[in-house]
Write a protein that binds this ligand. Structure first.
Ligand SMILES: Cc1noc(C)c1-c1cc(NS(=O)(=O)c2ccccc2)cc(C(=O)O)c1
Length: 130
């Protein structure tokens, strides 16, 4: 009913705000768009579920996330994929891994500081009721 739509709208605003802030951070430029298959042809052979910040934003707009937890699983794919595809000790791989870990820590710090547990519990109840 209307209250549920109000909660889901507030969730979309919260998640859009986080995603846009991450996209503005220069450290995360390589995570803003899907990895370019022309540039990195074997990427989709290695990475089963590509994810990036612009795709997160589209998913939010399409009401794909009913809880912060569902959003977090997709957001975590971004840095997990980067660690998986760039495991070597050469400087380029190390550089993208440092940014992947910075993304992981930044997402968790924002959620810990800004997500109201009671709000997430209400979102979980809506998910279970659907
Ligand atoms: C991400 C990612 N995961 O594996 C790799 C490898 C990367 C990655 C991919 C690219 N090149 S790209 O054309 O696919 C692109 C450019 C700008 C925004 C988004 C993607 C650049 C870099 C970089 O560090 O600059 C990293």
């Amino acid at each position: 009913e209307q209250q549920e739509e109000d909660v889901l709208r507030e969730l979309r605003l919260f998640l859009r705000n986080i995603t846009e802030r991450l996209s503005l951070d220069r450290r995360f430029k390589a995570f803003t768009k899907p990895v370019d298959i022309e540039e990195v042809p074997d990427y989709i052979l290695v990475i089963k579920k590509p994810m990036d910040l612009s795709t997160l934003l589209t998913n939010i707009d399409e009401s794909k996330y009913v809880t912060v937890g569902k959003f977090m699983s997709d957001a975590d794919l971004i840095w997990r994929n980067a660690l998986e595809y760039n495991p070597d000790s050469d400087p380029m791989d190390r550089h993208i891994r440092h940014r992947a870990y910075a993304l992981k820590d930044t997402i968790r710090a924002i959620i810990r500081d800004e997500l109201d547990e009671e709000f997430e519990r209400v979102c979980e109840e809506i998910r279970e009721s659907r």
